[in-house]
Every structure is written in C-alpha cells, then in structure tokens.
Write a protein that binds this ligand. Sequence first.
Ligand code: COA
Length: 143
Amino acid sequence: MKIVARRIGDEIADLSFRHKYPELQTLDPWVDSNIGKSALYSILDEHNTYIGVAMIYNIKFGVEAELGVSINNKPYWGKGYGTAALKFLIETCRVSKIPRVYTKVAKGNDRALAHEHKAGMKQYGESVINGVSFILLEQNLVI
Ligand SMILES: CC(C)(COP(=O)(O)OP(=O)(O)OC[C@H]1O[C@@H](n2cnc3c(N)ncnc32)[C@H](O)[C@@H]1OP(=O)(O)O)[C@@H](O)C(=O)NCCC(=O)NCCS
C-alpha cells in the first residue's frame, strides 16, 4: 500500500519505505480555504490503483489537527487499508510535533469506529451536527 501526496510534484510517502527516507516524515501542509491548513494524500494499493483519500486538516502546529480517511473503492473495505492510512496520518502528525489528533465518526458506523480504535483513537465525547449524531475521538501523541 502507498500513501501519496495529492499535489503534482509532491514526494511519495510510501508506508513501506518511510523508515528509509526520513525526509518523507516532514509534513508539507498548504492552505485550503474550506478546511484550513491541510495535507491531503491519495491511498493506492500495491498496483497503484487509487482506493481512497487520507487527510490531515485544521492543522494547528504545536496544538492539534483533525484526521479523515475514506476508502472510496468499496471492494477494498475491511482489508486493513483504512487503519494503515490512519496510522500513517497519526505518525505524520507525531513527527510534525502536533501533540493531539482528533476526528469524528457517525454513530452506527461500526466499521469506521473499529478502525479508529485499532489506530489508538479514544472516545472523548459525542456531538450532534446538522441532526447527525457523532462519536468524537482523540489521541494524545508523545512528541
Ligand atoms: C471507515 C473506513 C475508512 C475503514 O477502512 P477499512 O480499510 O475498511 O478498515 P480496516 O479494514 O482497516 O478495519 C475495519 C475493522 O472494522 C471491523 N468491522 C467491519 N465491519 C464491522 C462492523 N459492522 N462492526 C464492527 N466492526 C466491523 C473489521 O473487522 C476490521 O477490524 P479487524 O481488522 O480487527 O477485523 C472505510 O471502510 C470507509 O471509508 N468506509 C466508507 C466511508 C466511511 O464510512 N467513512 C467514515 C470515516 S470516519
């Protein structure tokens, strides 16, 4: 599996090679007017087929950032890609000195909740947004 920065010309952040290329561990965010300072990645399978998106957004360096993963290609659900991508985002925040990451999952989306827990995210509250109930999750990182 590969995680690739979405912008043309960005470095490839390949999970399996990150330990060999420390420079890939530098977060390279950019400003997006809708979602704040953010870093957006494509998730590819072993054959470079696009299967989803992973995103760090609302980045506040030294404070916190919000995470999101979506496997858009349904046949790839439940094969571990979502958890691996989420762990990649968390590790990227950790090495970028972002001490807290957070996200939300719609109540009843048990697959999504399971993958959050597998990546170490812990529930800290609940919220209703536009009539939809969400479970709020966070993780404090040792940086
Ligand atoms: C949510 C999502 C990102 C998870 O990624 P994924 O690659 O499917 O998840 P993983 O395979 O890494 O892990 C899913 C886990 O949920 C478990 N699971 C699957 N269906 C489940 C269910 N109905 N109830 C509880 N657990 C379930 C799986 O068994 C797996 O755990 P395991 O590996 O210990 O067996 C992906 O399924 C997705 O994008 N779905 C559609 C969009 C969506 O729901 N987005 C919400 C993001 S917050």
